[in-house]
Design a protein around this ligand. Sequence first.
Ligand code: GAR
Length: 203
Amino acid sequence: MKNIAVLLSGRGSNFKAIYNSIEAGYIVNARIKAVVSNKAEAPGLQFAKDRCLSSYFVNPSEFESRTAYDTEIIDILKSKGIDLVCLAGYMRLLSAKFVDTFKNRIMNIHPSLLPAFPGLNAQKQALEYGVKISGCTVHFVDKELDHGPIILQKAVEIKGNDTVKDVSERILIEEHKIYPEAVRLFVENRLTVNNRKVSIDYS
Ligand code: GAR
């Protein structure tokens, strides 16, 4: 059994996709043991509460440094025996201590084909740049923003008169497929990380 923690800041649709994949039996031998948010009002946190999952609002204003804040979360995750940390729209940078504590056990989803368009508003960046294809990426987290070893990616076409909303919606549909798939591969011990490269055992 693998214990999963989800860190989120907002809507939590990727969290719901992972949760639903476990409930539906697409991901087996895994359970969500903790949901943590830096935003008290995050709808994703409410979704967790409504399902009686252990949920935590950790208030950034109560901590003097990023490391102190992350230490509080590390303590929660350790007490829950967490194997995998899923960032799902978690809009805070992680400290080096957090990344080291869960090395190659933190995943993130980003709404672009990394290494293109890291950072905020990736869909808007892609549209303004004029690319014809964008997409989404699930990757392990390292100490650089939106940078770690890539697990899965899915391309999405950008059409002539698309708005940011159109592109975001089209990408989100694919996010909800590849994030649960990446979690399933982790839970089934099919992922091996070698420097930047993630190999997947499909046998
Ligand atoms: C998703 O589109 C995710 O890819 C993006 O935030 C959204 C969260 O939606 N993450 C980032 O931009 C991280 N750099 P959700 O709360 O509905 O899962």
